[in-house]
Design a protein around this ligand. Structure first.
Ligand code: CA
Length: 248
């Protein structure tokens, strides 16, 4: 069975948001709700999101700003904006800002679902999230957020440590900057938190991964002045690959 797609619904009007969420559930989507722009941006940046429905007039951060911030870290994540009737400027501005499509309020569930299907159809498959990383006798279970050292102990990872590791794994082979990690992991705007905070989490992550081993595998490589990347020689298992052996 295909995995359920996840849609983040960013809409401050409760009745509209609930209506959209109900329609999506009936059609087999998973949903995440956000009633303001800042929460919406944070949720949209989490791993595993397939599409974002984005209202434009939102408390805390408006939809255009959310879209602009999101595009810095997620240039191809499908976004459909929800606009008020008659505001052609908004539609044009939204599309120029990188929205994939728009729906004009009030819209029917059928219309919305048709737009979502169309956008998802023309979106290349997103890379499968990495669920397990193996290096030597150390395994990281991303879903359970733990490091397993051989058959010895299990060390829990914090949500941030796990997100950092998954982000690096999703982009293995390239350097991920501190700013990108910060934006994705915290969902914060530039300047919100010192990028140095990332270094502290990386240090803790490395300690947990080495597990006191004298010759720890290089799980996370520091690229001076650029950021971090996942070390070579690690084996990545994606969601599909992990699920495959279970199917009859
Ligand atoms: Ca609104």
């Amino acid at each position: 069975m295909a995995k359920k797609r996840t849609v983040v619904v960013v809409e401050d009007e409760d009745a509209i948001r609930r209506g959209i969420v109900d329609a999506l559930h009936i059609s087999g989507f998973e949903t995440v709700e956000a009633a303001d722009g800042i929460t919406g941006l944070r949720e949209a940046r989490r791993s595993g999101v397939d599409l974002v429905l984005l209202d434009l007039l939102l408390p805390k951060m408006d939809g255009f700003d959310v879209l602009a911030e999101l595009r810095v870290t997620h240039p191809v994540l499908p976004v459909i904006i929800l606009t008020a009737r008659g505001s052609e400027d908004d539609r044009v501005r939204g599309l120029r800002a990188g929205a994939d499509d728009y729906v004009v309020k009030p819209f029917s569930a059928r219309e919305l679902l048709a737009r979502i299907d169309a956008v998802l159809r023309r979106t290349p498959e997103r890379p499968q999230p990495v669920v397990r990383i193996t290096g030597g006798d150390i395994v990281v279970d991303c879903a359970r957020r733990e490091v397993i050292h051989g058959d010895r102990d299990r060390v829990p990872l914090s949500e941030m440590e796990a997100e950092i590791l998954q982000r690096l794994a999703a982009h293995s082979g390239r350097v991920v900057s501190r700013e990108e990690l910060l934006a994705c992991v915290w969902g914060l705007r530039e300047g919100g938190v010192e990028t140095r905070a990332i270094d502290m989490h990386i240090t803790r992550l490395r300690q947990k991964l080495s597990g006191g081993s004298t010759e720890p595998l290089d799980w996370i490589v520091t690229v001076r002045g650029k950021g971090y990347m996942l070390g070579p020689g690690l084996q990545l298992t994606t969601e599909d690959a992990a699920a495959a052996p279970k199917s009859p």
